[in-house]
Design a protein around this ligand. Sequence first.
Ligand SMILES: [Fe+2]
Length: 333
Amino acid sequence: MKAPKYPQYLPTVDHTKFPDWEEVPFVDAGSRGTTDKRNLFLPGSKHKPITPRLGEEIDGVQISDLSKEGLDDLALLAAERGVLVFRNQNFKDVGVQKQLDTVRHFGRLHIHPTMPYPAGIPEMHVVFKDPNSTAPRLSSIKPEETQSVSSVVWHADHTAERQPPGVTFFVALEVPPSGGDTLFVSATEAYNILSDEYKKRLEGLKIVHDNTSMLEYAASKGLPARFSPSTQLHPLVRTHPATGKKFLAAIGAGEGNGQPRYIHGFKREESEATLRLLNDILQRSGDIQARASYEPGTVVVWDNRVVGHSGIQDFQGDRRHFVRISAMAEVPV
Ligand SMILES: [Fe+2]
């Protein structure tokens, strides 16, 4: 196999500690977006829904050329459609500074608490799979008893942060010929499909989110624990600040090592049954899901608040190399 095309972005294990996040004010870039997305859907560009309820595929516009107003429109569209698949982007080749500055438009950049990052770039999370690599990956450090028949693990990223990530860029550097897609589910539509009576029951509930086990497990495997463990109480039904729409913030709740742990104030059986039901709805409702595939030059942008996602590890013997850059959003309400 040829050498990696993007060696600057290869994962390195760095044990640097960072100060714990302090709460900072947040204004959603999407709240400045335009209804018709005129600063994003520039003349000559094309866009189409991936499904009626979720996702938009966009071609003929370079993210790297967008104005601040264009990025505001991008944030609003991501909030409305959940996931945006941008084709034929030069973004992977515009340099680290431009890449970070672009995502910084949407908020403070997140640093992964445990996983490797490219040398000197803690704000980039590397997703790298290579048959010849010995670099640590999440799946390779999973204990045997938690291994599953399927690679699908629905979740939203880092919900145990005080200000969990919102706009998230997933930049394809090298992609396998096929496979390695990402599944998405709309948390907004998952809320909408519930009955009014059930919505009423969920209103006001809070979920305890906790990343302690991730940090402890990483530390036990010699991976960094860069921050103190975080435990947060976030609403189960959240409201997006840019769209005003409610969504179900319960993706991956109560499952395995997921960060949403249990419903505050419920007894164990009540919490488990409720979260099991909500996750059955999220995971089994194909009509509110979409799938993003990757080509060279693809950049996928999702709003981590309003979608859940899962990678699919269905490729063998090929290299897959991505970087993820996430902007932290509001304290959930
Ligand atoms: Fe993820």
